[in-house]
Design a protein around this ligand. Structure first.
Ligand SMILES: [Zn+2]
Length: 302
């Protein structure tokens, strides 16, 4: 099986966001498009394997966050069919609300970070449900509903490997891999995330492809590390909230803690600083604070 990691050099950074190319009898298949701002990098990556954009007829998205799916509309215009979780599909068909809410967060940085979203005609979108099988050429992808990072998140199993989006964490290749979880609002959910990791563990995978970035062999210890990281992150924030710290204080403490982890994994100060430009730590803290608040409200309501 021919699987290639295409580096999208997001904001000029190598090893930040990948698109995966799977060759098949039915032509090239992509998992993820990356953001709209990475169309040229993905086009160049495909050209190295002898493909042009209009050769791509099938694209699987793990979820609809812009760093994974922002370019999907452009690729649909070139003729690709898009496979996406049923919960996220409506925002791919009509991205106006998704774009407006991102604009509120990113403001005038939006154009540089992600670019515009292009609507995808409904007939070019397949809505996926848990355990759906997607047959393309000689390949059979199984869609696994894997919430935790987002409710519209699928992982795709192909034989004994899987494309895991953000649910198996980000892996940043310093001299040693630095695992990083992203826990954004409104859907970060600790319990669901653990269930998703258990599902992935049960598949007996020989390797996974996390969108940020590359390929991880023998992923079982990796899944266990991710499970303890999400517990740790959630507890870190809960301790801050319980001891009366403000959001800003928790963000500062968490950032300092992350910096220490990065530096001890071999990052130098310049790498850490560069990583800050697209690091959603504020968002991750907001996601965890919201999770605990919702949980307390649900418990109070009985
Ligand atoms: Zn995401």
């Amino acid at each position: 099986m021919n699987i290639h990691t295409i580096d999208l050099f997001y904001l000029g950074n190598p090893n930040a966001i990948a698109s995966y190319l799977i060759e098949s009898e039915a032509g090239p298949i992509l998992v993820e498009t990356g953001p709209r701002t990475c169309v040229d990098a993905l086009t160049a990556g495909l050209a190295k394997h002898g493909y042009k954009p209009s050769d791509v007829k099938h694209i699987l998205l793990t979820h609809i966050h812009f760093d994974h799916a922002g370019g999907a509309g452009w690729w649909a215009q070139q003729g690709a069919h898009i496979y996406v979780h049923n919960i996220g599909a409506k925002h791919m068909i009509d991205p106006s609300r998704l774009y407006a809410s991102a604009l509120r967060i990113y403001g005038d940085k939006m154009e540089t970070l992600y670019g515009e979203l292009i609507p995808i005609p409904e007939e070019q979108v397949t809505l996926l449900y848990d355990q759906d099988v997607i047959e393309i050429g000689e390949h059979k992808f199984i869609a696994h509903d894997t919430p935790g990072h987002a409710n519209h998140h699928m992982s795709y199993q192909l034989e004994d490997i899987a494309f895991t989006g953000d649910v198996a964490s980000m892996v940043i290749y310093l001299p040693t891999p630095w695992l990083k979880i992203v826990t954004p609002p409104p859907e970060f959910n600790l319990e669901k995330w653990h269930v998703s990791l258990e599902r992935l563990k049960s598949l007996n995978l020989s390797a996974i492809y996390p969108t940020h970035f590359g390929r991880i062999e023998d992923p079982l210890p990796h899944f266990e590390a991710v499970a303890s990281l999400i517990n740790h992150g959630a507890q870190f924030v809960k301790n801050g909230v319980d001891s009366g710290q403000s959001r800003e204080e928790i963000i500062a403490a968490y950032r300092a803690h992350q910096e220490q982890i990065a530096l001890s994994n071999g990052a130098d100060q310049a790498m850490w600083d560069a990583h800050q430009t697209n690091d959603p730590i504020d968002m991750s803290i907001d996601g965890i604070i919201r999770y605990w608040r919702k949980k307390a409200e649900a418990e109070a309501a009985g």
